[in-house]
Design a protein around this ligand. Structure first.
Ligand SMILES: [Cu+2]
Length: 306
């Protein structure tokens, strides 16, 4: 072996050591990116036209609104990608502790400024997205056609489920029209659930909605199978407190079993269980007047595969 090739091999070995030593730092600095636009669209809160509890028709004029949604896009706003929920709720933003989250936002609503404001993550004031005259930056007031990138860090106490929403000058009407979504942050290395259901509870145009839909048959029908690790991402925006309830199931909060849990404006939680109860179940807000105004849906659990 010549002098040069021995030196080359030593250099190669040194670089392997460097690469190994660098690996954990690189892994913990993962960047997850999302492209999201505010897009105007018509929305039908009760497409089947039925109040399934009272067996009465729904007011069609009241149920059909013009609103603005957070729509997921492919990389660099290439094309529209379906949001995880078919309802009126923005893309599910997922990350784990240690990740940097970059949300590239574009306002495609020609009628109003919009923004994105994220709960529970760590970020510089420039990524806060909340409008305050004389103080806030460009990200709090993204004008029609403009774009802004929010940089967020998932830290240890970001674990859980959190809302995000418009906090621009048009915040009140935008949130009332469903311009919001959910972030789901896992512990470092924590496994993804088999099913993750986003439940955004909010009054929209006089209806009590789940993901922008009211009444059984319109509100999402969530589906799982016995043996699935199921996660519910429950959040609320607006003026009301809700009591989220799932039939035939229990979960734990600080060691205490629950089957109903309260969620107020901008509050949120995740519920997890290993599914063991086949059948067709109801889930709903247990504030009776809210349930009667539409805040109720179906949860279908299939039997385990033979
Ligand atoms: Cu309620």
């Amino acid at each position: 072996m010549g002098h040069c090739s021995a030196r080359r091999m030593a250099l190669a070995a040194f670089m392997v050591v460097c690469a190994v030593a660098l690996t954990p730092a690189v892994a913990s600095a993962k960047v997850v990116q999302y492209w999201v636009a505010a897009v105007p669209r018509p929305w039908n809160i009760a497409p089947n036209g039925q109040d399934a509890i009272n067996h009465t028709p729904v007011d069609v004029l009241q149920a059909n609104i013009e609103t603005v949604v957070y729509q997921r896009f492919s990389k660099n706003f290439g094309h529209r990608v379906a949001n995880e929920s078919a309802g009126l709720v923005g893309p599910l933003i997922r990350a784990e502790v240690g990740d940097t989250i970059k949300v590239h936002f574009r306002n495609l609503d020609l009628n109003a400024p919009h923004s994105m404001h994220f709960h529970a993550t760590k970020y510089a004031p420039s990524s806060d997205g909340s409008y305050l005259p004389g103080f806030s930056g460009r990200g709090a007031n993204v004008e029609p056609g403009e774009s802004f990138t929010y940089t967020l860090h998932a830290v240890k106490d970001s674990v859980g489920v959190w809302p995000y929403h418009d906090h621009s000058p048009s915040m009140m009407e935008s949130i009332a029209g469903g311009l919001s979504g959910v972030m789901s942050i896992r512990r470092k290395g924590e496994r993804l659930p088999d099913r993750e259901f986003v439940v955004m509870l909010e009054e929209i145009n006089g209806f009590m909605t789940i993901d922008g839909r009211a009444y059984v048959g319109n509100a999402p029908t969530f589906k799982a199978r016995v043996g699935d690790r199921v996660q519910w991402d429950v959040a609320s925006l607006g003026e009301d407190f809700h009591t989220f309830h799932v039939h035939g199931h229990r979960w734990r909060l600080n060691g205490r079993p629950l089957d109903t849990q309260t969620v107020g404006p901008a509050e949120s939680f995740r519920i997890r269980w290993l599914e063991d109860a086949p059948g067709t179940w109801l889930y709903h807000c247990h504030v009776e007047s809210h349930m009667m105004a539409g805040m109720i849906g179906i949860y279908q659990v299939a039997k385990a595969k033979a």
